[in-house]
Design a protein. Sequence first.
Length: 237
Amino acid sequence: MQSTFGSSNLVRRLAPWGPTEAEPGLGVAERLAAWVGPLQAIQLQAVNQAVGTPAAGSKPGAKADLTGDVQRVRGVLASAIAKDPLALAGIKPGDTEDHGYGPWQQRHIELQRQMGQMCGALRDHARQTVSRASPRLRQLATLDAAFEQLLADREAALLPQTLSHLERRYKALRAAHRATCEATGQPDDPARWRAPGGWLRTFSDDWRQVLLAELDLRLEAVTGLAEALRQPSLFET
């Protein structure tokens, strides 16, 4: 299950660069009430009632550890995020042309696709693993599946908005750099854009931090399932 979207590291990083939909001070219950329609609320209630009591005669299975799976998936995706979008677009380090936000946008969309596929597959695997562990954990897996379906449309609408926030950040940093050059009378040296302190280096760092924050948000539910497997009380029948 997801935590309060408005309190996530992703929203906190995006907030300075433009308006976000999250409202401060709202907890999980208030935010879900705003997101869930009457039909969805009925469906969620039905799922909650269906998992209210563990199945009679169910026996706990062998304990498993999902932590390693989460770390492996995060490592693969973090390595993909670390790659240089300009180099992947065939732009050489010595190129002095401003190629705009396009290469970053294209790579961002590709990384979001990869995160969606890998994190989704990992979440399915985590639910299957948890379901085999004990009756109580089977209930948790069922609820997680219901919440994933419930919030899928909302997530699909919100996460692509990071692209527009980062585009605003890109344009603001570029404009501030140009304004500084004009104010000081110093020539613009494209070779320094990607050096430490350069405007494009700053954007590159911000871009990666936003994607890493999104990755952690996508992995929250699986991390919660992995943590549940380490709770001895959930293996009691």
